[in-house]
Write a protein that binds this ligand. Structure first.
Ligand code: PLP
Length: 497
């Protein structure tokens, strides 16, 4: 079906004394060659062009005819004039110089900022088949899309002009209230709606908190191995990123390394990527250090909803009585990643500055999406979805542990994780994560080497394995294939070593 031209056409201005038909011919040809008028696109009607540029229709028809005879335009069947779909490639300047074409790197003409030079691109989630043991992803095939569509449709039908207008920088008030109630009852977070800011996922929280608290040259400490999405933000801001090692109680409180830190970023609920839950004693030590040092702690509870065993440990934020903890979490793992919504819980003294930063950066998160999410929570669907997924993931987790116990013992020691969507395993001596991950990939199994997440002193020879996004049959297949891959690696090592 031919599409109607839906935009007015912006042509370069006509020079004084230039003949109208010659100008129109050259302007249209120029737009076509530059790729701004794309092959196959429809030109505006001669009547509209005549009115827009104050020309006679005859002038326009003549210019069109000339371009037609030279092959730039073609008349459509029935009506309309179109840019020729089969323009020879070498005519099109855009094909030769277009920025961002695959494999073509175009340098900036001028200087970019220090910040821009320091940025390391952080890959977006790729759309690919979900197979064992894809990590960091919920079971998107089990998301109740139909139900979401019903809630969304109802909200859109009733959207008031207020909702179409916008909201304050901290977010849509009813959603902030719903999140505060949920966090207080289910996640051990102590907050009011005033402290909650709705943001575009944890990644935006990291950016905002860094803008709020960190100057170039400041020390920012984080777990090692740890979440590279955070390390990239701190490094881009010009911070000195200080890796801190872990033991089985979570991040160590290494006072010498923590010295003079402006900010400590931690994932205490389910350490990323190892899965360790930070012990209560370690949490209290970290809070004591923060108080003594007047430094803030950013607690990322990115998948804290999923706890399968062990005693619930209160969040750092809930234990903090003096306002040194900023709490953040995401809806990427409980709903779906493309929703790009998450939230921050701020200590009272930081709310105003955060709101000011938001007011000049993102203004606020999209309001209709916030309102739909709010309805989804208030109507009880969110809680039901969480309970259902917790049961399913718990079964998947148990299946992986059972397979690992039976098949992988002696090759890969799976951590005793109590929560989350993924776990990690430590490789037996002599095996390294990268070659094992490559061997697994040859058998159609994904496993991320922990070395990817390591910035510091010790290499972590292990693999991160996701269990939430795949069913138990695929977990069993993955475990068998991973066992074969590791056995093969082990034999190859023995032969060569
Ligand atoms: C440690 C950690 N924090 C946060 C997130 C989620 O971030 P976002 O809300 O930006 O999707 C992830 C996603 O993989 C993560 O691994």
């Amino acid at each position: 079906m031919k599409r109607a031209a839906s935009f007015t056409l912006m042509l370069p201005p006509r020079e004084a004394g230039q003949q109208a038909q010659r100008w129109l011919y050259a302007a249209l040809r120029g737009e076509i060659l530059a790729g701004r008028l794309r092959p196959g696109s429809r030109l505006p009607a001669t009547r509209d062009l005549a009115q827009q540029y104050g020309l006679s229709r005859g002038t326009i028809v003549n210019a069109f005819e000339q371009l037609n005879s030279e092959g730039y335009l073609e008349a459509g069947v029935g009506s309309g004039t179109y840019v020729n779909k089969v323009l020879p490639d070498d005519l099109l300047e855009v094909r030769k110089t277009s920025p961002g074409r695959r494999g073509v790197k175009v340098e900036a003409h001028g200087q970019v900022s220090d910040f821009a030079r320091r940025v390391t691109p952080f890959a977006n989630l790729e759309v690919r088949a979900t197979r064992a043991f894809r990590a960091n992803l919920p079971a998107l095939d089990l998301f109740p899309a139909q139900l979401w569509a019903q809630v969304a449709a109802r909200r859109l039908r009733r959207a008031s002009t207020g909702l179409l207008l916008g909201c304050g920088p901290m977010g849509y008030r009813p959603l902030r209230r719903a999140i505060a109630a949920y966090l207080s009852s289910s996640r051990g977070v102590n907050c009011t709606a005033d402290q909650v800011a709705i943001v575009s996922g944890v990644q935006e929280s990291l950016d905002l908190v860094t803008r709020l608290l960190v100057n170039p040259g400041d020390r920012v400490c984080m777990e090692d191995p740890g979440y590279i999405g955070a390390a990239f933000v701190f490094a881009a801001a010009g911070a000195r990123v200080v890796p801190i090692s872990l033991d089985d109680e979570g991040m160590r409180i290494e006072r010498a390394r923590l010295r003079a830190a402006r900010l400590v970023y931690v994932t205490p609920g389910h350490q990323f990527p190892t899965g360790i839950t930070m012990s209560l004693q370690r949490r209290l030590q970290l809070l004591e250090w923060a108080r003594e040092s007047s430094a803030y702690v950013l607690e990322d509870d990115y998948d804290g909803e999923y706890r399968y065993s062990g005693r619930p440990v209160p969040s750092l934020q809930g234990l903090d009585k003096q306002g040194w903890v900023v709490f953040t979490s995401s809806l990427s793992k409980v709903l779906f990643p493309s929703i790009r919504l998450g939230y921050l819980v701020m200590p009272a003294g930081l709310i105003d500055r955060l709101a000011a930063i938001l007011s000049i950066t993102h203004r606020h998160a999209p309001v209709l999406e916030q309102a739909i999410l709010c309805d989804f929570i208030e109507e009880g669907h969110f809680g039901r979805h969480l309970r259902r997924m917790r049961e399913i993931y718990s079964e998947r987790h148990a299946t992986l542990r059972e397979c690992a116990r039976r098949q992988l013992a002696g090759l890969l020691e799976i951590s005793d994780v109590e929560a989350g969507l993924q776990t990690s395993g430590w490789l037996c001596e002599g095996l390294d994560g990268e070659s094992c991950a490559a061997a697994a990939a040859r058998r159609n199994v994904e496993a991320i080497p922990l070395s990817v997440y390591t910035r510091g002193r010790q290499a972590s020879e292990g693999l991160q394995l996701g269990f939430a996004a795949i069913d138990t049959k695929e977990i069993r297949r993955g475990a068998s294939e991973l066992t074969r891959a590791l056995e093969q690696e082990w034999r190859a090592r023995r032969r060569s070593g």
